[in-house]
Design a protein around this ligand. Structure first.
Ligand SMILES: *Cc1c(COP(=O)(O)O)cnc(C)c1O
Length: 379
Protein backbone atom coordinates (compact mmCIF):
# COMPACT_ATOMS: atom_id res chain seq x y z
CA UNK A 1 0.00 0.00 0.00
CA UNK A 2 2.88 2.39 0.77
CA UNK A 3 4.23 1.70 -2.69
CA UNK A 4 0.86 2.50 -4.25
CA UNK A 5 0.66 5.75 -2.31
CA UNK A 6 4.12 6.69 -3.46
CA UNK A 7 3.20 5.99 -7.08
CA UNK A 8 0.08 8.11 -6.87
CA UNK A 9 2.04 10.95 -5.35
CA UNK A 10 4.62 10.81 -8.12
CA UNK A 11 1.93 10.77 -10.79
CA UNK A 12 0.16 13.73 -9.23
CA UNK A 13 3.40 15.71 -9.13
CA UNK A 14 4.19 14.95 -12.74
CA UNK A 15 0.70 15.84 -13.95
CA UNK A 16 0.72 19.05 -11.95
CA UNK A 17 4.14 20.12 -13.24
CA UNK A 18 3.32 19.26 -16.86
CA UNK A 19 0.03 21.22 -16.64
CA UNK A 20 2.09 24.33 -15.92
CA UNK A 21 3.82 23.91 -19.31
CA UNK A 22 0.88 23.37 -21.62
CA UNK A 23 1.14 25.79 -24.55
CA UNK A 24 0.49 23.77 -27.70
CA UNK A 25 -2.63 21.72 -27.02
CA UNK A 26 -5.99 23.39 -26.61
CA UNK A 27 -7.01 22.03 -23.23
CA UNK A 28 -8.10 24.78 -20.89
CA UNK A 29 -6.62 23.90 -17.50
CA UNK A 30 -8.45 26.53 -15.47
CA UNK A 31 -11.49 25.06 -13.81
CA UNK A 32 -12.80 24.20 -10.40
CA UNK A 33 -15.37 21.45 -10.29
CA UNK A 34 -15.00 20.66 -6.61
CA UNK A 35 -18.73 21.26 -6.01
CA UNK A 36 -19.41 18.32 -8.30
CA UNK A 37 -17.11 15.86 -6.53
CA UNK A 38 -19.98 14.35 -4.43
CA UNK A 39 -21.47 12.98 -7.67
CA UNK A 40 -18.38 10.81 -8.11
CA UNK A 41 -19.70 8.51 -5.39
CA UNK A 42 -22.45 7.22 -7.66
CA UNK A 43 -22.60 5.02 -10.75
CA UNK A 44 -23.89 7.85 -12.91
CA UNK A 45 -24.47 6.67 -16.48
CA UNK A 46 -26.30 8.54 -19.24
CA UNK A 47 -27.02 5.43 -21.29
CA UNK A 48 -29.70 5.99 -23.92
CA UNK A 49 -31.13 9.06 -25.58
CA UNK A 50 -30.99 12.18 -23.37
CA UNK A 51 -34.53 13.07 -24.43
CA UNK A 52 -36.11 9.70 -23.64
CA UNK A 53 -36.80 8.20 -20.27
CA UNK A 54 -34.66 5.15 -19.58
CA UNK A 55 -34.89 2.08 -17.36
CA UNK A 56 -31.56 3.10 -15.84
CA UNK A 57 -32.33 6.20 -13.79
CA UNK A 58 -29.00 7.20 -12.23
CA UNK A 59 -28.31 9.74 -14.93
CA UNK A 60 -27.92 13.47 -15.52
CA UNK A 61 -30.12 13.65 -18.62
CA UNK A 62 -31.88 16.80 -17.44
CA UNK A 63 -28.61 18.74 -17.25
CA UNK A 64 -27.41 17.15 -20.49
CA UNK A 65 -30.51 18.53 -22.22
CA UNK A 66 -29.80 21.99 -20.81
CA UNK A 67 -26.23 21.83 -22.13
CA UNK A 68 -27.55 20.85 -25.56
CA UNK A 69 -30.06 23.69 -25.41
CA UNK A 70 -27.29 26.23 -24.68
CA UNK A 71 -25.25 24.90 -27.59
CA UNK A 72 -28.32 25.22 -29.83
CA UNK A 73 -28.40 28.91 -28.92
CA UNK A 74 -24.67 29.31 -29.53
CA UNK A 75 -24.87 27.67 -32.96
CA UNK A 76 -28.19 29.27 -34.00
CA UNK A 77 -29.91 25.92 -34.20
CA UNK A 78 -33.69 25.73 -34.31
CA UNK A 79 -34.36 23.99 -30.98
CA UNK A 80 -37.59 22.32 -32.10
CA UNK A 81 -35.77 20.57 -34.89
CA UNK A 82 -32.34 19.91 -33.41
CA UNK A 83 -31.14 16.93 -31.43
CA UNK A 84 -27.83 16.28 -29.72
CA UNK A 85 -25.96 14.65 -26.89
CA UNK A 86 -22.81 14.97 -24.81
CA UNK A 87 -20.06 12.85 -26.38
CA UNK A 88 -16.64 11.57 -25.34
CA UNK A 89 -15.03 14.35 -27.34
CA UNK A 90 -14.74 15.93 -30.75
CA UNK A 91 -13.90 12.69 -32.52
CA UNK A 92 -17.11 10.95 -31.45
CA UNK A 93 -19.13 13.94 -32.64
CA UNK A 94 -17.39 13.82 -36.01
CA UNK A 95 -18.01 10.09 -36.27
CA UNK A 96 -21.67 10.66 -35.43
CA UNK A 97 -22.03 13.46 -38.01
CA UNK A 98 -20.45 11.40 -40.77
CA UNK A 99 -22.48 8.33 -39.79
CA UNK A 100 -25.67 10.36 -40.23
CA UNK A 101 -24.42 11.71 -43.54
CA UNK A 102 -23.66 8.24 -44.84
CA UNK A 103 -27.00 6.82 -43.71
CA UNK A 104 -28.80 9.64 -45.50
CA UNK A 105 -26.66 9.43 -48.65
CA UNK A 106 -25.12 5.96 -48.92
CA UNK A 107 -23.67 6.78 -52.34
CA UNK A 108 -22.14 10.05 -51.11
CA UNK A 109 -18.49 11.06 -51.25
CA UNK A 110 -16.81 12.85 -48.35
CA UNK A 111 -14.71 15.89 -49.23
CA UNK A 112 -12.21 17.09 -46.68
CA UNK A 113 -9.01 19.07 -46.73
CA UNK A 114 -5.46 17.92 -46.19
CA UNK A 115 -5.33 19.93 -42.96
CA UNK A 116 -8.30 18.10 -41.47
CA UNK A 117 -7.78 16.47 -38.06
CA UNK A 118 -6.10 13.07 -38.27
CA UNK A 119 -9.17 11.29 -36.93
CA UNK A 120 -11.19 12.06 -40.08
CA UNK A 121 -9.45 9.48 -42.29
CA UNK A 122 -10.06 6.82 -39.66
CA UNK A 123 -13.73 7.78 -39.55
CA UNK A 124 -14.07 7.40 -43.35
CA UNK A 125 -12.45 3.97 -43.13
CA UNK A 126 -14.65 2.83 -40.26
CA UNK A 127 -17.75 3.94 -42.10
CA UNK A 128 -16.40 2.74 -45.42
CA UNK A 129 -17.37 5.95 -47.16
CA UNK A 130 -15.64 7.06 -50.33
CA UNK A 131 -13.66 10.19 -49.62
CA UNK A 132 -11.41 12.69 -51.37
CA UNK A 133 -8.78 14.89 -49.84
CA UNK A 134 -8.61 18.46 -51.11
CA UNK A 135 -5.63 20.78 -51.17
CA UNK A 136 -5.55 23.72 -48.78
CA UNK A 137 -4.81 27.41 -49.22
CA UNK A 138 -1.68 28.69 -47.43
CA UNK A 139 -3.72 29.81 -44.41
CA UNK A 140 -5.19 26.33 -43.97
CA UNK A 141 -8.65 26.76 -45.51
CA UNK A 142 -9.84 24.22 -48.04
CA UNK A 143 -8.94 25.10 -51.65
CA UNK A 144 -12.36 26.05 -53.04
CA UNK A 145 -11.29 25.71 -56.69
CA UNK A 146 -10.01 22.20 -56.07
CA UNK A 147 -13.24 21.40 -54.22
CA UNK A 148 -15.45 22.73 -57.00
CA UNK A 149 -13.61 20.92 -59.76
CA UNK A 150 -13.55 17.62 -57.90
CA UNK A 151 -17.25 17.80 -57.03
CA UNK A 152 -18.03 18.67 -60.65
CA UNK A 153 -16.29 15.50 -61.87
CA UNK A 154 -18.21 13.33 -59.37
CA UNK A 155 -21.45 15.24 -59.47
CA UNK A 156 -23.58 12.10 -59.66
CA UNK A 157 -22.68 11.29 -56.01
CA UNK A 158 -23.99 13.54 -53.21
CA UNK A 159 -21.14 15.59 -51.66
CA UNK A 160 -20.70 15.11 -47.92
CA UNK A 161 -18.58 18.01 -46.73
CA UNK A 162 -16.41 17.54 -43.67
CA UNK A 163 -15.81 21.24 -42.98
CA UNK A 164 -13.08 22.47 -40.66
CA UNK A 165 -14.34 25.14 -38.34
CA UNK A 166 -10.86 25.81 -37.01
CA UNK A 167 -8.16 23.44 -38.26
CA UNK A 168 -5.98 21.78 -35.67
CA UNK A 169 -2.67 23.31 -36.74
CA UNK A 170 -3.66 26.77 -38.03
CA UNK A 171 -7.16 27.43 -36.71
CA UNK A 172 -8.42 28.01 -40.27
CA UNK A 173 -12.17 28.11 -40.91
CA UNK A 174 -13.53 26.63 -44.14
CA UNK A 175 -15.97 29.15 -45.58
CA UNK A 176 -19.46 27.58 -45.45
CA UNK A 177 -20.89 30.31 -47.69
CA UNK A 178 -18.36 29.58 -50.42
CA UNK A 179 -19.01 25.86 -50.08
CA UNK A 180 -22.75 26.41 -50.44
CA UNK A 181 -22.18 28.62 -53.46
CA UNK A 182 -20.27 25.78 -55.10
CA UNK A 183 -23.33 23.53 -54.63
CA UNK A 184 -25.55 26.23 -56.10
CA UNK A 185 -23.26 26.87 -59.08
CA UNK A 186 -23.20 23.15 -59.83
CA UNK A 187 -26.98 22.82 -59.23
CA UNK A 188 -26.40 20.15 -56.59
CA UNK A 189 -29.44 19.73 -54.38
CA UNK A 190 -28.45 16.70 -52.31
CA UNK A 191 -25.50 17.39 -50.05
CA UNK A 192 -24.56 17.34 -46.37
CA UNK A 193 -22.29 19.67 -44.40
CA UNK A 194 -20.77 18.55 -41.11
CA UNK A 195 -18.81 21.11 -39.09
CA UNK A 196 -15.78 19.93 -37.14
CA UNK A 197 -15.66 22.77 -34.63
CA UNK A 198 -13.66 21.07 -31.88
CA UNK A 199 -12.02 24.23 -30.57
CA UNK A 200 -13.53 27.15 -32.52
CA UNK A 201 -17.10 26.02 -31.86
CA UNK A 202 -16.72 27.65 -28.47
CA UNK A 203 -14.84 30.70 -29.81
CA UNK A 204 -16.79 31.91 -32.85
CA UNK A 205 -20.11 32.38 -30.98
CA UNK A 206 -18.39 35.00 -28.82
CA UNK A 207 -16.54 37.16 -31.34
CA UNK A 208 -18.05 40.22 -32.95
CA UNK A 209 -17.61 39.13 -36.56
CA UNK A 210 -17.51 35.33 -36.81
CA UNK A 211 -17.04 33.54 -40.11
CA UNK A 212 -20.28 31.78 -41.15
CA UNK A 213 -20.06 28.43 -39.37
CA UNK A 214 -23.34 27.51 -37.72
CA UNK A 215 -26.83 26.24 -38.53
CA UNK A 216 -27.84 29.69 -39.81
CA UNK A 217 -25.03 29.34 -42.36
CA UNK A 218 -26.39 25.99 -43.51
CA UNK A 219 -24.56 23.21 -41.68
CA UNK A 220 -26.38 19.93 -40.95
CA UNK A 221 -24.42 18.84 -37.89
CA UNK A 222 -21.61 20.10 -35.65
CA UNK A 223 -19.13 18.59 -33.21
CA UNK A 224 -17.50 20.63 -30.45
CA UNK A 225 -15.05 19.44 -27.80
CA UNK A 226 -15.91 20.22 -24.18
CA UNK A 227 -12.48 19.69 -22.65
CA UNK A 228 -10.84 22.16 -25.03
CA UNK A 229 -12.18 25.71 -24.65
CA UNK A 230 -14.53 25.07 -21.71
CA UNK A 231 -12.13 22.78 -19.87
CA UNK A 232 -12.81 19.48 -18.10
CA UNK A 233 -10.73 16.87 -16.27
CA UNK A 234 -12.52 14.21 -18.34
CA UNK A 235 -12.59 14.55 -22.14
CA UNK A 236 -16.05 15.34 -23.49
CA UNK A 237 -17.86 17.09 -26.30
CA UNK A 238 -21.18 18.04 -27.81
CA UNK A 239 -22.75 16.94 -31.06
CA UNK A 240 -25.81 18.57 -32.62
CA UNK A 241 -27.73 17.39 -35.66
CA UNK A 242 -31.06 18.00 -37.37
CA UNK A 243 -33.82 15.99 -35.75
CA UNK A 244 -35.37 14.94 -39.04
CA UNK A 245 -32.13 13.27 -40.08
CA UNK A 246 -31.60 11.65 -36.69
CA UNK A 247 -35.12 10.22 -36.60
CA UNK A 248 -34.58 8.48 -39.91
CA UNK A 249 -31.91 6.28 -38.35
CA UNK A 250 -33.11 5.95 -34.73
CA UNK A 251 -33.85 2.49 -33.36
CA UNK A 252 -35.66 1.56 -30.20
CA UNK A 253 -34.18 -1.04 -27.81
CA UNK A 254 -36.25 -2.79 -25.19
CA UNK A 255 -33.34 -3.74 -22.92
CA UNK A 256 -32.59 -0.13 -21.88
CA UNK A 257 -36.09 1.15 -22.61
CA UNK A 258 -34.76 4.02 -24.67
CA UNK A 259 -33.87 4.97 -28.21
CA UNK A 260 -30.48 3.81 -29.42
CA UNK A 261 -29.60 7.13 -30.99
CA UNK A 262 -26.14 7.61 -29.48
CA UNK A 263 -22.96 5.92 -30.75
CA UNK A 264 -22.01 4.29 -27.47
CA UNK A 265 -24.28 2.49 -25.01
CA UNK A 266 -23.06 3.53 -21.57
CA UNK A 267 -22.25 7.21 -21.61
CA UNK A 268 -20.50 9.52 -19.19
CA UNK A 269 -23.01 11.06 -16.80
CA UNK A 270 -20.47 13.24 -14.99
CA UNK A 271 -19.19 15.30 -17.94
CA UNK A 272 -22.65 16.78 -18.72
CA UNK A 273 -22.66 18.01 -15.09
CA UNK A 274 -19.22 19.58 -15.57
CA UNK A 275 -20.30 21.30 -18.77
CA UNK A 276 -23.57 22.48 -17.30
CA UNK A 277 -21.77 23.84 -14.24
CA UNK A 278 -19.13 25.63 -16.32
CA UNK A 279 -21.77 27.24 -18.53
CA UNK A 280 -23.79 28.34 -15.48
CA UNK A 281 -20.76 29.79 -13.76
CA UNK A 282 -19.38 31.65 -16.77
CA UNK A 283 -22.60 32.94 -18.30
CA UNK A 284 -22.57 34.43 -21.80
CA UNK A 285 -20.75 37.58 -20.66
CA UNK A 286 -18.10 35.55 -18.89
CA UNK A 287 -17.52 33.46 -22.00
CA UNK A 288 -17.23 36.56 -24.19
CA UNK A 289 -14.74 38.07 -21.80
CA UNK A 290 -12.68 34.89 -21.68
CA UNK A 291 -12.46 34.70 -25.47
CA UNK A 292 -11.53 38.38 -25.73
CA UNK A 293 -8.68 37.81 -23.28
CA UNK A 294 -7.44 34.81 -25.25
CA UNK A 295 -7.41 36.95 -28.43
CA UNK A 296 -5.41 39.64 -26.67
CA UNK A 297 -2.88 37.08 -25.47
CA UNK A 298 -2.65 35.71 -29.03
CA UNK A 299 -1.83 39.19 -30.33
CA UNK A 300 0.70 39.68 -27.55
CA UNK A 301 2.32 36.36 -28.48
CA UNK A 302 2.59 37.38 -32.14
CA UNK A 303 4.07 40.74 -31.20
CA UNK A 304 6.67 39.18 -28.92
CA UNK A 305 7.62 36.43 -31.38
CA UNK A 306 8.07 39.05 -34.09
CA UNK A 307 10.29 41.04 -31.76
CA UNK A 308 12.77 38.16 -31.72
CA UNK A 309 12.61 37.93 -35.50
CA UNK A 310 10.14 35.10 -35.96
CA UNK A 311 7.37 35.20 -38.48
CA UNK A 312 4.30 34.59 -36.33
CA UNK A 313 0.68 34.90 -37.42
CA UNK A 314 -2.86 33.71 -36.74
CA UNK A 315 -6.05 33.31 -38.69
CA UNK A 316 -8.98 35.66 -38.12
CA UNK A 317 -10.87 34.82 -34.90
CA UNK A 318 -8.34 32.14 -34.00
CA UNK A 319 -6.19 31.88 -30.88
CA UNK A 320 -3.76 29.51 -32.60
CA UNK A 321 -0.48 31.35 -33.17
CA UNK A 322 1.60 29.73 -35.92
CA UNK A 323 5.35 30.24 -35.99
CA UNK A 324 8.49 28.45 -37.24
CA UNK A 325 9.20 25.23 -35.38
CA UNK A 326 11.71 25.83 -32.58
CA UNK A 327 14.24 23.28 -31.30
CA UNK A 328 13.12 19.99 -29.81
CA UNK A 329 13.76 20.91 -26.18
CA UNK A 330 11.36 23.86 -26.39
CA UNK A 331 8.79 21.74 -28.21
CA UNK A 332 9.02 19.08 -25.54
CA UNK A 333 9.16 21.29 -22.49
CA UNK A 334 6.20 23.43 -23.56
CA UNK A 335 4.21 20.61 -25.18
CA UNK A 336 4.04 22.51 -28.48
CA UNK A 337 2.18 20.90 -31.35
CA UNK A 338 4.38 20.69 -34.43
CA UNK A 339 3.85 19.71 -38.04
CA UNK A 340 6.74 19.81 -40.48
CA UNK A 341 8.19 23.32 -40.36
CA UNK A 342 5.41 24.86 -38.24
CA UNK A 343 4.69 24.96 -34.55
CA UNK A 344 1.84 26.63 -32.73
CA UNK A 345 1.00 28.11 -29.38
CA UNK A 346 -2.68 28.17 -28.50
CA UNK A 347 -3.44 30.99 -26.11
CA UNK A 348 -5.98 29.16 -24.00
CA UNK A 349 -7.30 30.84 -20.83
CA UNK A 350 -4.43 29.47 -18.71
CA UNK A 351 -1.79 31.05 -20.97
CA UNK A 352 -0.87 34.47 -19.65
CA UNK A 353 1.52 37.05 -21.16
CA UNK A 354 3.94 36.10 -18.42
CA UNK A 355 3.96 32.46 -19.52
CA UNK A 356 4.57 33.66 -23.08
CA UNK A 357 7.58 35.62 -21.82
CA UNK A 358 9.03 32.47 -20.22
CA UNK A 359 8.42 30.47 -23.35
CA UNK A 360 10.11 33.06 -25.54
CA UNK A 361 13.05 33.16 -23.20
CA UNK A 362 13.39 29.41 -23.70
CA UNK A 363 13.25 29.82 -27.47
CA UNK A 364 15.99 32.45 -27.32
CA UNK A 365 18.26 30.44 -25.07
CA UNK A 366 17.94 27.49 -27.37
CA UNK A 367 19.24 29.73 -30.15
CA UNK A 368 17.80 27.59 -32.86
CA UNK A 369 16.39 30.35 -35.02
CA UNK A 370 17.89 29.96 -38.46
CA UNK A 371 16.63 32.16 -41.31
CA UNK A 372 15.98 29.07 -43.31
CA UNK A 373 13.22 28.01 -40.95
CA UNK A 374 11.61 31.39 -41.17
CA UNK A 375 11.37 31.19 -44.93
CA UNK A 376 9.31 28.02 -44.94
CA UNK A 377 6.58 29.52 -42.82
CA UNK A 378 3.43 30.39 -44.76
CA UNK A 379 1.19 33.21 -43.85
C1 LIG B 1 -9.06 18.24 -31.18
C2 LIG B 1 -9.70 18.15 -32.51
C3 LIG B 1 -10.50 17.07 -32.85
C4 LIG B 1 -10.66 15.87 -31.97
O1 LIG B 1 -11.30 16.19 -30.82
P1 LIG B 1 -11.14 15.25 -29.52
O2 LIG B 1 -12.00 15.98 -28.55
O3 LIG B 1 -9.70 15.21 -29.18
O4 LIG B 1 -11.69 13.92 -29.89
C5 LIG B 1 -11.12 17.08 -34.08
N1 LIG B 1 -10.97 18.10 -34.92
C6 LIG B 1 -10.20 19.16 -34.63
C7 LIG B 1 -10.09 20.27 -35.62
C8 LIG B 1 -9.54 19.22 -33.42
O5 LIG B 1 -8.75 20.27 -33.15
Amino acid sequence: MDKAKENLKKLLERISERTSHLAGYPCNSIFDYSEIFPFLKFPVNNIGDPYQSSNYQINSHELEREVISTFCDLTKADKENTWGYVTNGGTEGNLYGMYLARELYPSGIVYYSEETHYSATKIMRLLQIRSMMMRTLPNGEIDYDDLKETIRIHRDCPPLIFANIGTTMKGAVDNIEKIKKIMKDLSIKQFYIHADAALSGFILPFVSRPQPFDFSAGIDSISISGHKMIGSPIPCGIVLAKKGNVNRIARSVEYVGSLDTTLTGSRNGITPIFLWYALQKMGIDGMKEQIATCMETADYTIKELKKIGLKAWRNENSITVVFPRPGESVVKNWQLAVENENAHIITMPHITPKIIDYLIKDILSEGNLSDEKNNYNHG
